[in-house]
Design a protein around this ligand. Structure first.
Ligand SMILES: N[C@@H](CCC(=O)N[C@@H](CS)C(=O)NCC(=O)O)C(=O)O
Length: 225
């Protein structure tokens, strides 16, 4: 058997995992009471495949014994379960916009921190960064298109669009800093910087994000041997 709390949801998570951070931020936004079970990704407990056969975090066990997996789908479940927090907009068109933003991000920027981690020590790093910055310009354009005033993707409202994507931007900042690169002060990314500041200052995000040092220590394993 594996450990769980029979009376409230149990979240199997890791502080350094950007996927898990999606779910943690949604839970913090709703203020729901849950139990945290931290999984050491370098030394996973032998019972963990009983929770998630894919052996990945996050996973969430409900008090009725059902186990939910896949960060984005768990996050959507929480948005559906607690609609009053407005993490997913009501209008079908806005819901579409949130989903297409997450989809764009997933196909074009989600892996960018890992690309830099794999190439940070070779001369390709500047070319890789250039490609990433090109995608950040497109991200900036999409943020302006959806809400010119910001600060979040949909404007004043903090939604799943911000929650599902920003943890990877946090790790992109980490990876650039690790290799003496920077994505700061690039003309044309003003809306992106506004978004970055707003998400980083959102209490649910700020109170749950791993520190730079914690992230750097954990991400050593992605560096080429
Ligand atoms: N598609 C999954 C990806 C989750 C994932 O890759 N999590 C990583 C940590 S960031 C993990 O658990 N990896 C397993 C391992 O390191 O053995 C989701 O969105 O939940």
């Amino acid at each position: 058997m594996y450990p769980f709390n029979p009376n409230k949801p149990t979240l199997y998570t890791s502080k350094i995992c950007p996927f898990a951070h999606r779910v943690v931020t949604c839970l913090a936004e709703t203020g729901v009471d849950y139990e945290t079970s931290y999984i050491d990704l370098n030394n996973k407990p032998e019972w963990y495949p009983l929770v998630n056969p894919a052996s990945k975090v996050p996973a969430m066990r409900l008090p009725n014994g059902e186990i939910l997996v896949e960060s984005l789908i768990i996050a959507e479940y929480l948005c559906d379960l607690y609609p009053k927090f407005g993490l997913m907009p009501e209008s079908p068109l806005d819901r579409y916009k949130v989903r297409i933003f997450i989809d764009y991000f997933g196909s074009n920027l989600l892996s960018s921190p890992y690309v830099l981690l794999r190439n940070g020590d070779n001369e390709d790093k500047h070319a890789k960064l250039e490609e990433i910055v090109k995608n950040l310009h497109e991200l900036n354009r999409r943020l302006v298109e959806c809400s010119p005033e910001g600060p979040f993707f949909l404007g004043e409202r903090f939604t799943l669009a911000d929650i599902a994507t920003f943890p990877f931007i946090e790790r992109l900042y980490m990876a650039t800093k690790m290799f003496g690169l920077s994505i700061d002060n690039i003309p044309g990314l003003e809306r992106f910087y506004q978004w970055t500041d707003a998400v980083r200052n959102r209490p649910s995000y700020k109170s749950t994000v791993a520190s730079y040092d914690e992230l750097v220590t954990a991400y050593q394993k992605y560096l080429p041997k």
